[in-house]
Write a protein that binds this ligand. Structure first.
Ligand code: ZN
Length: 446
């Protein structure tokens, strides 16, 4: 699991021209295992909403407050605090159903259209679009992250009561058609109950952005008693993947002693062992950590994510060659996962095998460019292999992704001087340079 800070690009895109708010950073928790598990939980809901499960990512924000939000059509953001407070898949599926309904009902598109016009796409938004295009990610690249700190951001995120009840209704419809227990939505409401009476500063951000009216609660209670407890054959599998996502998340965000007191509470032996491995590793008990992850692997020998965790443990205890071999197994079992590829490339680089690290990291970038630590490794790999122009280009793109366009411009300028004029990489450097110059003009105008 890596903690990766990204700039709240969308917030800048939306408000920078009008309000000159400073960029705020949000930290995404990127982990192949957790994201795969969340995708399994989300898939039936997204399908029922008519959204593509492959194109709608569930991303976890490192924030202990309770919140979930959408700012574009290609990702649903969920705070780590909300996941760790829920205890079954149906609750998370209810949250995803509600957010998916905001997407499917066009609430986000409408808001973007209202606020944005051609001019707001200048600057950062365009820089991100450029990066996404270069990485083959297509449209929707502005969806990096957004917070709820400022009044302007809150105003943008705040849904109207009409939108809330529409999203609840559509959400319940998705849950029903997927055979998911509708009472999960009621349980989510219970987490927030009473918060409307609190002052804004004490409310969780979810309540500020999704007003919880008494009518809304009553309507949900009605749905829950009418439609009840689901009955899909897959419900047990969804609960497994939910416990796995939550188990991995808390094993890396709570104290190791907290985790070790609760390893078994998921009810699944392999998840207990995976959590024990993570907690022992964070406690510097490497021998016990390896023993636990090996037992988990014995239970699920073709599970790529268990090898990924073992590789991380080996890597972080400086057993680089063994780490590379273990990550190779993960990648072999699941070749099209950008985060797994990045872990493999990182281990190869640490083991001194730059020649093999470079294509692994390039492949990781092409699959999923929103990974700052991968971009850092990739620029190191280019530098070590003597490709200084490429190293500068990747560094420029990494800064651009974090919203640091001034630094991005410096490295992009260096890259354009080193790369073959007119080549693909040279074009990418030009694009970052252009975005950086535009951002500077906007800064000067204020
Ligand atoms: Zn809502």
């Amino acid at each position: 699991m890596t903690f990766h800070t990204l700039t709240r690009v969308a917030s800048i895109l939306i408000v920078s021209l009008a309000l000159a708010l400073p960029a705020r950073a949000v930290t995404l928790l990127r982990d192949a295992d957790m994201e795969y598990a969340l995708a399994q939980v989300a898939a039936p809901v997204l399908k029922a909403a008519g959204l593509s499960a492959a194109r709608t990512k569930i991303l976890v924000v490192d924030d202990s407050s309770l919140n979930a939000f959408v700012i574009s059509n290609d990702a649903i953001y969920i705070h780590s605090g909300l996941i760790s407070r829920m205890d079954r898949a149906a609750m998370l599926q209810a949250v995803i159903a509600h957010e998916a309904a905001h997407i499917a009902n066009g609430h986000i598109t409408r808001r973007m259209t209202n606020i944005g016009n051609a001019r707001t796409a200048a600057g950062l938004g365009q820089a991100l679009a450029v990066l996404a295009a270069a990485a083959g990610a297509g449209e929707g690249a502005v969806a990096i992250g957004i917070g709820t700190q400022s009044a302007a951001q809150r105003a943008f995120l705040r849904h109207t009561r009409a939108e809330e009840s529409a999203a609840d209704q559509s959400g319940v419809r998705y849950l029903r058609s997927a055979g998911i227990d509708v009472t999960g939505m009621l349980d989510v409401f219970r987490l927030f109950r009473g918060q409307e009476a609190l002052s804004e500063s004490r409310q969780d951000p979810y309540v500020r952005s999704h007003p919880l009216s008494r009518d809304r609660l009553r309507a949900i209670e009605g749905f829950a008693s009418a439609y009840g407890t689901g009955g899909a054959a897959d419900a047990a599998a969804w609960d497994y993947w939910f416990m796995r996502a939550k188990g991995k998340l808390t094993a890396f965000t709570r104290r190791p002693s907290w985790t070790l007191n609760r390893v078994g509470e998921s009810g699944y032996r392999d998840i207990a062992l995976m959590r024990e491995a993570a907690a022992r590793h964070r406690n510097s008990q490497t021998r016990q950590a390896i023993a636990a992850i090996d037992q988990a692997i014995a239970l699920r020998p073709t599970d790529p994510f268990l090898y990924d965790l073992k590789g991380q443990i080996l890597m972080e205890t400086r057993q680089f060659a063994a780490a590379a071999n273990t990550h190779a197994r993960a990648v072999q079992l699941r070749p099209n996962d950008g985060l797994l590829q990045a872990g493999y490339g990182r281990a190869l680089l640490a083991a001194g095998n730059v020649r093999a690290a470079l294509p692994a990291l390039e492949r990781a970038r092409q699959i999923d460019f929103r990974d700052g630590s991968m971009l850092r490794d990739l620029s190191v790999a280019y530098a070590k292999s003597g490709q200084r122009g490429m190293a500068s280009l990747i560094t420029a793109e990494r800064y651009a992704l974090r919203g640091r366009l001034e630094d991005a411009g410096i490295h992009a300028k260096r890259a354009t001087g080193l790369l073959a004029v007119g080549s693909g990489p040279w074009q990418r450097a030009q694009d970052v340079l252009l975005a950086s110059e535009r951002a500077e003009k906007q800064r000067n105008r204020r």
